[in-house]
Design a protein around this ligand. Structure first.
Ligand code: ZN
Length: 331
């Protein structure tokens, strides 16, 4: 190896873990798979509609699939793939065991080698392509792991999909001094063993909102220039771009503008019933005119209706978390 800088002795401890991690390079990340569907026109049409892709090459008898759709043909769907390789599990186990227990997806890169046409049968396999040296990022210190999936159509190379994650030890979180630091997520016994709600992400842009919630006030931002109200909280005005703002407190009256009932996949942590069953999530139009997403309580999930009047209240979902929710029904 050339160009290695000499570190003063003792300054940089030798990274023995890195050597062990490197041994996983080139090993399978997953067992080889077959696309759940042949390349097909309905999936291409749905993708184009969702993405606003009007390229004429994607319609008609000679249609090709948008190249950026590559990963859609290899996905496992809700039932998932159960094909992580043993090597991949071992690599993660090694990192977890060394304290690098958090994971974040950082980026992906794709290469397109052959157009995909309706009727093409997709096969793929994935390997652990590389493990980086130990790096320190804003999130924390850890290792980048790159997985490369090779996708074939009718047996011919059609593209590659590289997917990179950072497996890391989180750096201590700094929150604004005025906001109470939420306790770390722990398994609850107070909710019948169900997991707690994921903590809201509190940052510089929304800290004032959560401060309001802590005081049982629902605060809406008001533009300092054109006085337009906005929700959710944003650094600037959608109407005029002005970054000056103050807040107004919502009176608490609203109506259900739209709603969904979550049945599947089940997220018991988000349910407002003790059993953790299905729950209604509504888009509430506040009397002030802005809309916000929230749980509807006090009404069975299947009795929530568009236009139903609701009233703001604050619900303690966990020992250390309160959220704004909307009570429907009489009184
Ligand atoms: Zn404005």
């Amino acid at each position: 190896m050339t160009g290695t800088r000499e570190e003063p002795e003792g300054r940089e401890e030798r990274d023995e873990l890195y050597g062990r991690l490197k041994e996983f390079e080139g090993r399978a990340a997953a067992t080889a798979g077959v696309g759940k569907d042949l390349v097909n026109e309905p999936m291409i049409r749905h993708w184009c509609e969702a993405m606003g892709d009007t390229n004429p090459a994607c319609t008609g008898p000679e249609a090709i699939a948008p190249p950026t759709m590559l990963q859609a043909w290899t996905m496992g769907g809700l039932s998932g793939h159960t094909d992580r390789s043993r090597a991949y599990e071992e690599l993660f186990g090694l990192l977890d065991g060394a304290g690098y227990t958090s994971v974040v997806a950082t980026d992906c890169e794709q290469e397109y080698l052959r157009p995909l046409r309706p009727g093409d049968r997709i096969t793929f396999d994935a390997l652990i392509e590389s493990v980086s040296e130990r790096k320190t990022t804003k999130l924390g210190t850890g290792y980048f792991v790159t997985t490369r999936m090779d996708v074939r159509a009718e047996g011919e190379p059609a593209g590659t999909h590289r997917f990179r994650i950072l497996k890391y030890t989180p750096a201590p979180v700094k929150t604004p001094a005025s906001v109470k630091t939420p306790a770390s997520v722990k398994r609850a016994s107070s909710r019948g063993g169900r997991s707690l709600r994921p903590r809201p992400v509190i940052n510089r842009d929304n800290a004032g909102f959560w401060q309001g919630v802590a005081e049982h006030r629902l605060l809406i931002q008001r533009c300092g220039e054109c006085a337009t109200l906005r929700f959710p909280w944003l650094p600037g005005c959608n109407g005029c771009g002005c970054q000056e703002w103050d807040t107004v407190e919502a009176g608490g009256e609203g109506t259900v503008f739209s709603h969904v009932v979550m049945h599947h996949p089940p997220f018991p942590a988000f349910s407002t019933s003790e059993e953790g069953g299905p729950y209604a999530v509504a888009l509430i139009e506040l009397a002030e005119g802005v809309r916000m997403v929230g749980n509807v309580v006090g009404v069975p999930y299947d009795k929530v209706r568009t236009g139903m009047p609701v009233r703001l209240e604050f619900l303690r979902t966990d020992p250390d978390l309160e959220i704004p929710v909307f009570r429907g029904g009489e009184g």
